[in-house]
Design a protein around this ligand. Structure first.
Ligand code: ADP
Ligand code: MG
Length: 366
């Protein structure tokens, strides 16, 4: 079953800023001040002498904001312009909603012939397959037929027929993607297979933008692609403080996490969902059942690369808190916070050991 595609990009609500980067306040200032600033100002640089240069654009299906702290405004604006150009290039390669993108060509022709793709696309697909292996298939970029079946590709949810669900499930298997490194080609082993990089390309775009900023001499910046963040450098020799959005209380923060030269990505069930027969149907599908993942409210992953954080947040959302935390603890350079509904329907927060002295929880049970 195939639904007509609308001209969307990476689908995402416009008001998606889930996390807010806030640099660490000087010693003695209270957390409350920090939180308020985060809520009021978006990005707040405490005691900052240098001006802030900030620009936003709608890219990768979300609002991307780049903020640079620096004295040379012309240089900063030029770097921001180049970073946005780079994100735009990634979107043109990887959005399945752009007819001419490499992913669209691959989705149309990948089962008929090996399709040559750019080094960027090859890299994202290669890394996505690796994350598929690491997560025992919880992350699977061949999820596309299921996204369409549940109506996420047309922004209108519907309950699929069991038969259609079973049929779509036979097309979901990252193991059926053949990647030829020498030729730089991708091929699908089954007719009807399609890939959707919505769980990884935003992170890759952020990584590329950060790389461009670095190459242009920028040492302190925040790139925020609708909740996929990278915090470049350290503000005033200290940490950045990133506010984590509360998954159930709009405008409130769940907590604050300290980071430095790291990526922070959140997958939540509260930004992109619809209600079907009284139940919340979120845009992250469990590839094992073909149904929207249940029980997890939000997952935040901290990693050295934004693509890895992005994809792992999606995967851990599927795996749930027990399996998800076990996996995150095993992975080098990965930390995670998982919020779920407990047995009594209350919100429970758990996190990896390495985060315990880097996170301040402001609301909910931990
Ligand atoms: P957001 O885009 O809201 O930041 P995520 O990063 O978690 O959220 O990505 C969700 C997107 O990932 C979906 O819109 C879809 O494109 C894709 N996706 C959904 N389920 C899976 C899955 N199990 N594995 C890989 N990608 C998925
Ligand atoms: Mg994500």
């Amino acid at each position: 079953m195939r639904l007509e595609r609308k001209k969307l990009y990476f689908k995402k609500s416009l008001s998606a800023a889930r996390q807010v980067g806030v640099p660490c306040l000087p010693p003695g200032r209270s957390v409350i001040l920090c939180v308020l600033c985060a809520l009021w100002c978006g990005v707040f640089f405490a005691g900052c002498q240098k001006p802030l240069i900030k620009e936003s654009r709608f890219l990768l299906g979300t609002t991307v904001q780049i903020t640079i702290k620096g004295k040379e405004e012309a240089k900063a604006r030029e770097a921001i312009g180049l970073a946005f150009k780079e994100i735009e290039r990634i979107e043109n390669l990887m959005s399945k909603y752009r007819e001419g993108s490499e992913i669209s060509i691959l989705n149309r022709e990948g089962a008929k012939r090996p399709v040559k793709v750019s080094e960027d696309t090859l890299r994202v697909i290669r890394e996505s397959i690796r994350i598929g292996e690491l997560t025992d298939g919880a992350f699977d970029i061949t999820i596309s037929p299921l996204m369409e079946l549940w109506g996420f590709s047309e922004k209108e949810g519907h309950l699929p027929e069991e038969e259609a669900l079973r049929e779509a499930l036979t097309l979901v298997n990252y193991g059926s993607i053949s990647l030829n490194e020498e030729e730089g080609t991708i091929r699908f082993e089954k007719e009807g297979m399609e890939i959707d990089l919505g769980g990884a390309a935003k992170g890759y775009g952020v990584d590329r933008a950060v790389e461009v900023l670095r190459e242009n001499g920028i040492s302190q910046a925040i790139v925020n692609a609708g909740g996929d963040l990278y915090l470049l450098g350290k503000p005033s020799g200290d940490f950045w403080k990133v506010g984590l959005k509360h998954p159930r209380k709009q405008g409130e923060m769940l907590g604050i996490v300290k980071v430095q030269d790291e990526a922070v990505a959140t997958s939540g069930d509260y930004e992109n969902y619809f209600i079907l027969q009284g139940k919340r149907v979120c845009h992250i599908i469990d590839p094992a059942s073909g149904r929207p993942a249940q029980g997890t409210l939000s997952v935040t992953v901290i990693a050295r690369e934004s693509m890895r954080a992005d994809a792992l947040a999606t995967a851990l959302f599927v795996l749930g808190s027990e399996k998800g935390l076990k996996l995150a603890s095993r992975l080098e350079g990965i930390e995670a916070i998982i919020v779920r509904d407990d047995e009594r329907g209350e919100m429970a927060i758990s996190m990896t050991e390495g985060l315990k002295d880097r996170v301040i929880i402001l609301g909910g049970k931990s």
